[in-house]
Unconditional design. Structure first.
Length: 139
């Protein structure tokens, strides 16, 4: 399976740009890709992964792996749902609750927050499964 750095560089090559140009266009430091290449960093934040995936028009899963990401099982889905509900409950349960400029957020914004949090939790779960699965159990 190709590394994250190799996948990004293949996409850069197909688009006809350099890694440095990608970083500057997305507002990342140039060391972002060099740290990946050298192994100082194993992965990127979900926000950076999302930006890179959107830039190239691919999914985060395709960016992370060979197009066949580790599937989340029903237990993973339950864990994500539980964490998502806990997080939203904590956000809404504060003294002011979820507010934007002193006003409670509307339903559309709440739904966008829900989708964003769910996506982030799913990506982090997949990365954790890939990173912490012992080699003898990997595909």
């Amino acid at each position: 399976m190709a590394s994250l750095y190799e996948n990004i560089m293949q996409l850069c090559q197909k688009a006809g740009i350099t890694g440095g140009k990608l970083c500057s266009e997305l507002g990342f430091s140039r060391s972002t890709l060099s740290d990946l290449k050298s192994g100082r960093v194993v992965s990127l934040s979900s926000a950076k992964l999302q930006k890179i995936a959107e830039y190239f028009g691919v999914s985060v899963d395709a960016l992370l792996g060979s197009g066949q990401p580790r599937a989340l099982n029903s237990r993973d889905e339950r864990d994500i749902s539980r964490r998502l509900e806990e997080t939203l409950h904590q956000l809404e349960g504060g003294q002011e609750g979820l507010m934007f400029d002193g006003e409670p957020i509307d339903d559309e914004t709440r739904e966008l927050l829900y989708i964003s949090l769910k996506s982030s939790l799913e990506v982090s779960k997949r990365i954790a499964k890939q990173k912490y699965t012992p080699k003898k159990y990997r595909d």
